[in-house]
Design a protein around this ligand. Sequence first.
Ligand SMILES: [Zn+2]
Length: 459
Amino acid sequence: MSFELVIKSAKIATSSGTREGNLLVKDGRIAAVAAAGVDTAGIVAREVVDASGLYALPGMVDLHVHIGEPGKEDKEDATTGTKAAAAGGVTTITVMPNCVPPVNSRTGVLARADLFKSKSYVDFALLGGAGGESLDHIVEQAEAGVVGYKSYVGSYREDRRGLLCQGNGDIYDVLRKVSSTDRFIGYHCEDSAVIRRRTRELLDAGRVDFTAYHESRPEFTEVLATLPLMEIAGATGARLYLVHISCARIVELAEIWRNGGADITIETCPHYLIFTDEDTARLGPYAEVAPPLRPAYEVEALWEALARGGIDVIATDHAPGTPDEKAKGMKNIFEGGGGLPELEVAWPLMLDQVNQGRTSLEDLAFLMAENPARVAGIYPQKGSLEPGSDADIVLVDLHAPHVMSEKSMYTKNQDSARIFDGMKVTGRVEKVFQRGRLISERGRVVMDRPTGAQWVRPV
Ligand SMILES: [Zn+2]
C-alpha cells in the first residue's frame, strides 16, 4: 500500500497513553497507526520522516484566538495570526467574533469564512456573536457553521456590537436561544460594575501604576460574574463555556452546578498557569490580561484544580496589542490594552511544565487538542491521532532547550510578546503537519502562501 507520508518511530502521545509507533497518512488523514516492531519495509511512501526520539501529539485545537481582521488589523491580521498558528503547532484555530464590524449574523459568518479560506495558513473554525441585540441572528449563525458563540457581560465597544448581555434578562434570552442550537457559548467573566467603581476609586487616589491594575480587578469580581451564568445555564440547558478562568474557586463552585446537571466547561490559558501578578508589577502593559495575572497562591490552586480534572480546556486567548496601546499603558495602566500573543509559545510553555513535573503529555493532548475538539463538535476530525482523523500532527522534542524570542515571531506585534522574550524553557516544536503536509519546522513556516485552509464545521 502506498502513503503520502509515514512518520516513523515516534512516541505517539494521546489522552489514552503513549506508545511507540508509525503514523501512516493517506489523503490527508491518518490511515493507520502501526505499532513499533511492525515491519514497515513493504510500505511505499512519498515522504518518510524519522521521528526517533520525538513525541507526536495531535495539533493544538485552540478555542480562543483573537485575530483583528477585519477592522483591527493593527493588532493582528489573518496572515500574521495564522502564520503564528502554523509556526506554533496550532493546526485548528477558533476565531473570536469581535472584529469590526463584529460577526453577529449569518452574513457576517460567511464573510469571515471567505476571508480566512483565502488567507489562513491553518484550518479554522468560527465563533458567532451572541447578545441581547442579536437574538434573532443566533440560530442562523449555527446553521451557517459556527462551532459556538462568544458573549460579553460588560461595557459597549465597537467590536462588541451584538455580543453584549446587559443583565440577567439578556443572559436568559441568549442562553435559551443558544440551547436550541446545541453549540457552546463562551462568556468573558468579570463583573464590570464592581471593576468600574474600584477603578474610579484608584484613579481618584491618583493611582495609575502597574499594581493598580490587579487591585481594580480582584478575584471576587471574576467569581461574581460566573454565578448568574452558571445558574441560568442550569435553568436553560445551554452549554456554558467559561473562558480564561484564573481562579480555582470558580472550578469548585462549578462542581455544584455540574452535579446538578448543568453543562459547564472551563477554559484556562498557559499564562494563568505560569505567570503571576509580580510579572504585571514588573512589566505593566506587557503582562496585562483580563482577568489579570493572579498571585502565586492562586496559580498553585489552579494547578491543583487542573490535577483534579476540574479544568477542561487550555486555550491561548491569543491577543496581541499595538505599540500605541502598550505605550499608553506604561503611563497609565488603565489605558493600556491588548493581551498576549501566545500562539507561538503555547506548546513550548506547556512542554516545559511537563518537564517540571506539573502535567503530562497525555494531559496536554487531552486539554489542548482532543477535548477542545469535542467541545467544538469537530472531534474526531480534529484533535485525534486515530485512523480516519485529519493528519494534524506536531512532532516535539520534549528535552530540547529552547529560548523564546519575540524577534522570531510571526505575530504582527512582536513587542507585545515581551513577557516571553528571552525566556528559557525545555521543550520545542520540531515539525508541524496539517492534513499530512509539513507546514512549519522549528518555528519557521515552510509554505510561501496559504494553500487551501479548510473551514471546520461541526458534523
Ligand atoms: Zn479573549
